[in-house]
Structures are given as C-alpha cells and as structure tokens.
Ligand binder design. Structure first.
Ligand SMILES: [Zn+2]
Ligand SMILES: [Zn+2]
Length: 379
C-alpha cells in the first residue's frame, strides 16, 4: 500500500470535499450533529483497538445460550493445550477489514470535523492554536496508525476466536452468577486496575532506553490529532494491549462491564489526542481535561496518566508551574528554574506562551510565569 493511497483515503478526501460535506452538515439539526460526533468517536475507538469483534463474540454468546453451554463444558474439561482456534482466518479478515474501513472513513470525518471545518479560527478551540502537524507528519501518523491497527485487529481476532471456541477465561454472562453488587463494583475495579497499570507502563516507556527505542515514535506528534492515538510503536502496542486484556483471565468479569470500560478508555484516548480544548464533565471528577495529555505531548516527560489524574499527583509527576520540562529532561519531575540554562528558559517560555488559555479552567493559562517571577526564583 502506498503512502499516497492511505493519505488520500483518510485525510485528503475530507479536505477535497470540504464544501460539500459542510453544506450537508449545516442542514442537520444540532442534537443529531452531537450524537453523530459522539458515535463517530466511540466507533473509531472500538475499531482502532479491534475490540468490536470481541464485543460481537460476547454478544453472540450472551444471546445464544446453547453455544455458551458448550463453552462452559469446554471450560471445565479443557486445559489450555487443547484449545482450538477454529475459524481464526474469518475472525482475522473481518476484524481487520472492518477496523480499517472505519479508521479511514470515520477517522477522515473526524479530521474534517475538528481540523478542516474550523482551521481558520484555531484560537477558539485548539490547545496549541498556532501549531499544526506538517503534511509529512500527518502521513507518518496514518501509516504507523495503520500498522498498529493491523496488529490490534490481529490480537483482538485471536482473543475473540479463542473465547468463541471455549478457551478458558474468567468472563461470565449471567449477572446473577456473582450478584449485582459485584457487577456494579467491577466497573470501578477494571477501570482503576487498567488505568493504574497504564500509568506505570507509560511512565516506564518514558525511561531513556525504552523512550528512545520505542515510545519516542508516538512523541513525534507534538501537536497530536485524533489519529495520533494509534500511532505508537508495534512492540509497545502489543505489550499494552496484552496487559489490558488480563482481567479477562484474572478475576470474574462480566463481558458488558469490561467492554464498557474499554470503550470509555478509547473514547477518551481519541478526545485526549484530538488537540482540542475538551473539558471533562461534572460527573467525571476523576477525568483530566484534554489539555493534560496535550501538555504531555508538548512537554514530553510529565503527566503520564490518562483517565485518572491522581496517579500523577500521588507520584509527583504532575506538571508544575515552577519546573521546566523538555524532551531531554527525563523521569517526570522536570528541572527547577534554578538548574536550567537561560536558553532552556527561553524555549520553555515560548512553549508556555504558545498555549491556549481557553484550554484551561477559568480560561486562564495555569502555567504562565513572567520574567520577574523567574528572576526572583533564580537569584
Ligand atoms: Zn508518552
Ligand atoms: Zn499520547
């Protein structure tokens, strides 16, 4: 597949047909527009992880209790060595084909919605309003996004096929089996388990060797877009996907609660990489605003968490006003203003001034420092 092919399918077509799409979009009622964008993000999230095929398999097993009974018998009788992967290629082709089509079409639509439609008034919505990825980097993230997409699709089809064939796991289908209290509680358990592990995996990938060899690729996108979320190194992607699937084998999880948490996570993965000043809602006190991860891309080794902000607070890796961060300063704590050179301060100030106040609460730049404050700290 050539670069031009992928690029023109996913990004250029929306720019080319901007006028036509805008005309159609204007005719839609606002609630329908909002629902469409919400569904598009959700659909993209569930496809880039290849998880739509797992959802499908569990839904089939939920509805078709006779297949499930065979699965239960198999679960009891089989050990891991005898699990078959019957029909794997059908799962593989379906997972990858659907994921790829959705990635290019819905991803393209979201690119149009966020970036083409309102590009000329970026100061109203963009976290870093004067900075956009170069066309080369846009291509780069779609190429790497596609490779990761293929890997995610392959891993997900393996898992889906394994579960469909009755492979041993700790998933259950009847809520009564473990009762309602556990059904409700497991949302929290799965969410906290996955998010805390992700915090540490991310932080470990930011240590010098792992960063330079793997994670740096994702940090090519200093001004991330909705496509950046999958543009990560294949090794990192396989590792993270595998760790995130562990609850399916460790403790009793109802398939619905597991995949609702997964959908939430991917939904926010896209929102947090969109580069847009999204704020979390009142009912999500644990969820940082999109600027939190945007800061991670702008300042590199800081703000390692994703969906729960307290991990960074607890471990002291949250961005602080009087610290300086850049790609050369590792370990998440930055450097004090006293330790850095004048040149580093100049670069850091330029970065701070390029941020959008609208991305913060109260529309005020939270990390703004003026010269006199800096001088006072340094001398
Ligand atoms: Zn990172
Ligand atoms: Zn990122």
């Amino acid at each position: 597949m050539t670069r031009e092919f992928v690029d023109s399918l996913s990004v250029r077509w929306t720019e080319k047909y901007d006028e036509k799409i805008s005309k159609f979009w204007k005719k839609l009622p606002t609630p329908l527009k909002n629902i469409s964008v919400f569904c598009a993000v959700l659909l993209l999230g569930i496809s880039i992880s290849g998880n739509w095929i797992n959802l499908w398999v569990h839904l089939c097993l939920q509805i078709n209790s006779s297949v499930r009974n065979i699965k239960t018998i198999n679960n009891n009788e089989r050990s891991f060595e005898y699990v078959e992967l019957k029909g794997f290629w059908s799962f593989f082709v379906a997972a990858n084909a659907v994921s790829f089509v959705i990635y290019l079409s819905i991803g393209g639509f979201l690119h149009w919605y966020y970036y083409v439609r309102q590009r000329d008034r970026a100061e109203e919505w963009k976290c870093q309003p004067n900075k956009f990825l170069t066309p080369d980097l846009e291509k780069h993230e779609i190429i790497f996004g596609s490779v990761t997409l293929f890997l995610n699709g392959t891993l997900s089809s393996l898992l889906a096929c394994y579960i469909y064939n009755g492979g041993p796991c700790s998933v259950y289908y009847d809520i009564q089996e473990y009762g309602w209290p556990w059904f409700i509680l497991q949302f929290v358990v799965i969410f906290v388990y996955q998010d805390y592990l992700t915090y540490w995996m991310h932080r470990i990938f930011h240590t010098p060797w792992l960063y330079k060899h793997f994670h740096k690729m994702h940090h090519k996108y200093k001004y991330p877009t909705a496509f950046s979320v999958t543009a990560i190194h294949p090794v990192e992607s396989i590792f993270i996907q595998s760790v995130l699937a562990t609850p399916l084998f460790l403790f009793p999880v109802h398939w619905l609660s597991f995949y609702i948490v997964v959908m939430y996570t991917y939904y926010h993965g896209i929102i947090d990489h969109s580069g847009i000043n999204f704020k979390s809602y009142w009912w999500q006190p644990w969820q940082p605003d999109a600027i939190f991860h945007d800061n991670h891309h702008q300042y590199f080794h800081v703000n390692f968490g994703f969906n729960i902000c307290i991990w960074d607070t607890i471990h002291g890796t949250c961005r602080q006003k009087e610290r300086v961060y850049n790609e050369e300063i590792f370990y998440g704590k930055g450097k004090s203003l006293k330790e850095v050179t004048e040149e580093e301060i100049e670069v850091d100030m330029d970065e701070r001034n390029s941020e959008n106040p609208l991305a913060y609460r109260n529309d005020k730049l939270e990390y703004q420092l003026d010269r006199s404050e800096i001088e006072k700290i340094r001398h």
